[in-house]
Design a protein around this ligand. Structure first.
Ligand SMILES: [Fe+2]
Length: 342
């Protein structure tokens, strides 16, 4: 009779355990327990045998006795397992736990020390838990990698395409988030807005280089191509499941309060608040930073433009909020804690 349901990996095959013990009767007993729990068990009865198996096979877990012969060679097994596959969890069995042994276990990244004698049920539960925790850790690493691609690699790609905008996306994230906080936007929408701000110009990837980096003015045909980048951004982000808001805010980041923006010519509150925030954040960065074709604008000049364009390019309440804040605190307005809401 099985102790629990079989332990299978994602491909439906039994999870594989390397079991190392130099005492044949113990090895047999442990193997029997793990077999019954549904694991595919490979046995080795000495260090050399374990290292040989680890050279050619990988395992979901390595379970090894600490003493092989009369030396503490279990940690050598652990080191070998992890040098081959760093995420392989190792559980060490010992009848003689010690402080030094615990320190050595830490050094070798041993997942758990199990003190013998151990009940079958406890041993199997430990194996299941350690394998499960390792799987979670592996998935976490995958998510972190995907997150880096999204939040670092993609913005960098946009900058390589349009070198005049170095650091633009990251700064717009900060400005937009600061404004959103002042406007009382909720935590979830703020997180989505940060993502939209980071990726707002991703559609520029689809604009030919000779247009994107052309010095001087663009022809009306070239301008038409540039104006496609919000729609291209919307398309590029199509595979971002459950982030329709992010896509829409990217799509709307060149709309204007007076309806003369693009691509849809939406007006007033037809443009979502996060997009209206994004418009201000992006324009502020474009003005406040030097570009190849212009120096950075002084704050007073930026304040003047926000006041002049309130109700035209910009949401009038937002434009007033930013203009007043910049007048009072300069660039620190975007960096500090919010001191007003509306
Ligand atoms: Fe843009």
């Amino acid at each position: 009779m099985r102790l629990q349901e079989p332990s299978t990996s994602s491909n439906g095959c039994p999870q594989r355990i390397l079991l190392v013990d130099d005492e044949e009767d113990v090895l047999r007993g442990l193997r029997c327990t793990l077999d019954r729990a549904g694991y595919a068990v490979t046995c080795a009865n000495n260090l050399h045998g374990a290292l040989t198996v680890l050279e050619r096979e990988s395992f979901h877990l390595v379970l090894t006795d600490l003493y092989l012969g009369n030396r503490e060679l279990g940690y050598r097994v652990a080191d070998a397992a992890r040098s081959k596959k760093p995420l392989t969890p190792v559980v060490v069995l010992t009848g003689r736990p010690s402080f030094d042994g615990a320190q050595e276990a830490l050094r070798s990244h041993v997942a758990e020390i199990v003190v013998k004698p151990v009940e079958d049920r406890t041993l199997v539960a430990t194996c299941r838990r350690v394998i499960h925790e390792t799987e979670l850790s592996r998935r976490n690493q995958e998510l972190e990698t995907a997150n880096k691609v999204l939040t670092a690699v993609l913005p960098r790609t946009i900058e390589m395409k349009d070198p005049t905008t170095c650091g633009h996306s990251e700064r717009v994230v900060g400005y937009a988030d600061s404004l959103a906080m002042r406007c009382g936007v909720g935590a979830e929408d703020r997180a989505n807005l940060r993502l939209a701000a980071l990726l707002h110009d991703i559609g520029k990837i689809g604009i030919p280089d000779h247009i994107l980096t052309k010095p001087g003015g663009l022809t009306s045909d070239e301008m038409e191509v540039v104006r496609r980048h919000p729609a291209m951004g919307y398309e590029v982000l199509a595979s971002l499941d459950n982030h329709e808001d992010v896509r829409n805010w990217v799509y709307q980041h060149h709309e204007r309060w007076d309806g003369r923006g693009y691509p849809q010519g939406l007006a007033g509150a037809e443009v979502t608040l996060p997009s209206r925030i994004l418009v201000l954040a992006e324009v502020f960065d474009a003005l406040a930073e030097p570009r190849s074709y212009k120096p950075a604008w002084p704050i007073e000049k930026i304040v003047g433009l926000f006041r002049e364009q309130a109700g035209r390019q910009f949401d009038p309440d937002l434009a007033k909020l930013v203009a007043d804040g910049l007048e009072r605190r300069g660039r620190g307005f975007f960096g500090g804690q919010p001191d007003m809401l509306f």
